[in-house]
Write a protein that binds this ligand. Structure first.
Ligand code: DOR
Ligand code: ZN
Length: 362
């Protein structure tokens, strides 16, 4: 008998459920992989850029987007957070009102044109010291950040010494943190040694980070050898020293700063006329991929210490940072090659990479 790994159901604190008829399949794939709750990102079309009220062609409200997700099967989650997409229309009054009403738990910074549906983003320099960020800070709303310097091209965007992400964490994040010392922030889908260093140098409980399975498993070499576009996501997978820093961060005994956020991002058309859509779909297989990454990082998931570090990352640190309870229910995984099932008609990351899952959800 293979060893059974049992931990509390986990939370995906960064995912994409989109809009339209496929939403139910994405949510179902999440429920099937032992997921107890999710934070569904607001970069939909149109974006989730207001708190309540009627949807329009310019924006949906958190209230109606969340309502739609609940109806599509999300009512089976214990927790479902939808952050507000910060745009040039966002006001400090909206933030205060939303926080007081209980509908606004988090807000999301997107670098303008930095990733899928991020055209409404406003540059980070406009936010630092602004009334909107002061209201986010004062009302204890969590600021989720897509941490990449916008507007860079060519070697300024990506080379072996600096990337849009490392520049963001070295140049902007210290300013942001020092200007708003009370702000609770989640550095989303971090991919670099520089981002890990920033998080670890910040106050515990104030600054945390999500990390995806693909950034723990792969480096840029895996992407470019054969142009494996199913691995193309943003921020792009990085170098070996970066992957090593991420692995050390998530597996450090007792760590509380890093937690699961898959950035599972379904694209029905991955290859587009103008290039490649960014995003890896990991619905149905994320805990299995995380388990493989922990093992590659040297963690023995048959030992109490190994299980504890896996449990913290998947099931405990996220709820603790966001301030909701760890799930009372558990899910089980077994170290067996059974393949994953999924409903969504989207190629998953392991399918795209020809990767066999070493673990199965029981
Ligand atoms: O790869 C990504 N896909 N990164 C993002 O930031 C957005 C996401 C998406 O929505 O497809
Ligand atoms: Zn995302």
């Amino acid at each position: 008998m293979s060893h059974i790994l049992e931990i509390p159901k986990w939370f995906d604190l960064h995912t994409h459920f989109r809009q339209g008829e496929l939403v139910a399949s994405y949510i179902s794939d999440h429920l099937e992989m032992g997921c107890a709750g999710a934070l569904a990102m607001p970069n939909t079309l149109p974006p989730v850029s207001k708190i309540d009220g009627e949807n329009s062609e310019h924006g949906w409200s958190i209230e109606s987007y969340r309502g739609m997700l609940l109806e599509a099967g999300g009512d089976q989650f214990e927790e479902l957070i939808v952050p507000l997409y910060l745009t040039k229309e966002t006001t400090a009054q909206d933030i205060e009102r939303g926080a007081k009403s209980g509908q606004l738990k988090a807000a999301k910074y997107y670098p303008p044109h930095g990733t899928t549906n991020s055209a409404h983003g406003v540059p980070i320099e406009n936010w630092i010291g602004s009334d909107v960020l002061k209201a986010i800070e004062a009302n204890e709303v969590i600021l989720c950040l897509h941490g990449e310097q916008h507007g860079l091209t060519g070697a300024d965007y990506f080379d072996s010494k600096h990337t849009a992400e490392s520049k963001f964490y070295q140049n902007w994040m210290p300013k942001l943190r020092d200007t708003h010392p009370g702000l609770k922030m989640v550095c989303e889908h971090i991919t670099t040694e520089a981002a890990v260093a920033f998080v670890e140098s910040s106050v515990e409980g104030k600054v945390a980070a999500t990390i995806t399975p693909q950034h723990l498993l792969y480096t840029v070499g895996h992407l470019i050898q054969g142009l494996r576009y199913h691995l193309y996501c943003l921020p792009i997978v990085k170098f070996e020293n970066d992957r090593e820093a991420l692995r050390q961060a998530v597996t450090k005994p007792g760590q509380s700063r890093f937690f699961a956020g898959t950035d599972s991002a379904p694209h029905t058309d991955k290859v587009t006329e103008c290039g490649c859509a960014a995003g890896c779909y990991t619905g149905g297989c994320a805990p299995q991929l995380y388990a493989m990454a922990f093992e590659e990082a040297g963690v023995n998931l048959a030992t109490p210490e190994g299980i504890d570090s896996f449990r913290r990352f998947l099931s405990a640190n996220g709820p603790e940072f966001y301030g909701f309870p760890v799930s009372n229910e558990t899910f089980q995984m077994v170290r067996e090659r059974r393949g994953a099932t999924k409903k969504a008609p989207v190629t998953s990351l392991p399918e795209g990479m020809g990767l066999e899952l070493e673990w199965a959800i029981v």
